[in-house]
Every structure is written in C-alpha cells, then in structure tokens.
Ligand binder design. Structure first.
Ligand SMILES: [Zn+2]
Length: 161
C-alpha cells in the first residue's frame, strides 16, 4: 500500500488506510547503528477531512531491528503507537503538497515514527549489559543498590523524551 489519499474522495467520506507500507517507502534513516528499519510498517488508520486539514487517527506498528546498547545483543523491538493522531495542514505555510488532488501522508507518518524510536534500545529493561570488572567491587561495598542503577537510568532516559 501507499499512504496517498485523494481529497475529492475525502470530501465525500472518510477513508480507511489499512495495510503495510514497505520499509523502502517509509524510508527511515535512523542515523543510528543500533536501530534499523527493515520490516514493513503496519497502518490501521482513518483519514477525515476537516475544513483546513486532514485528521489521521489509528494505530501504527513497526518491528525494529535493534542492538542492545548495554550488551550489544540483536533483538526485535515492537514499536506500537496506539491512539495515534496526526494533523496534516492543507492551508498556510505548512500546507501539505497536493498533486492531482492527492496528498502523500508518508512524510507525516515518517516524522511520528522517528519521534517514537527508542533513544537507547535495550534487549530487556533489566539488562545489566556486559560484565564489567568494577561491578564486583561495588557489590562488596554492601549498598545493595548497585544492581538497580541501570534501570534507574533507563527511567531517567524515558523522562527525557
Ligand atoms: Zn541487553
């Protein structure tokens, strides 16, 4: 499928976008070696024409090929954006390009996927990564909190999003 909608059709009724967008069409360059997009994007959305914009609502799902930033293990991260909404302006400076009454929604979907990519992919939120010699020493100090530090950082990372 392609994420192209015809405005004349939309004037009459809402359109449903349902299917898979090939990775080459989504064309996401993560600029990052730990995340690769090779699987198709699953789209299940409804497009509604408002007075000066298009409203997209639905779900986006994409399996990402990731490398854990802690232990370097390859794993698949299933990205799911539920309750996805997106406004595509048809008026003003930011207006979408209309060609033969059609609007390509791919750039807007690409933008939202980029924003939703994990900042630091982890194979498991509790991944302790590669064994480091200094962890053994720290444990001997008896605080008992050392092992929890990595997940504490993960929580902080989430907040920074
Ligand atoms: Zn890991």
């Amino acid at each position: 499928m392609l994420l192209v909608v015809n405005l004349r059709h939309l004037a009459k009724h809402n359109l449903v976008l349902q299917g898979e967008l090939p990775a080459r069409e989504l064309d996401i360059d993560t600029h990052d070696e730990v995340i690769r997009v090779t699987q198709p994007l699953r789209v299940d959305a409804e497009v509604q024409k408002l007075a000066k914009s298009l409203l997209l609502r639905g779900e986006l799902r994409l399996a990402l090929d990731c490398l854990c930033v802690r232990c370097l293990k390859p794993f698949q991260h299933r990205l799911a954006i539920e309750d996805w909404t997106c406004h595509v302006p048809l008026d003003g400076e930011e207006a979408a390009r209309v060609v033969n009454d059609c609007v390509d929604l791919t750039p807007y979907v690409r933008e939202d996927i980029l924003l939703a990519l994990p900042q630091h992919p982890l194979c498991d939120p509790k991944c302790h990564g590669l064994k480091q010699p200094d962890i053994g020493k720290a444990k001997k100090s008896g605080t008992g909190l050392v092992g929890k530090d990595p997940s504490a950082w993960a929580e902080l990372d989430k907040l920074q999003l």
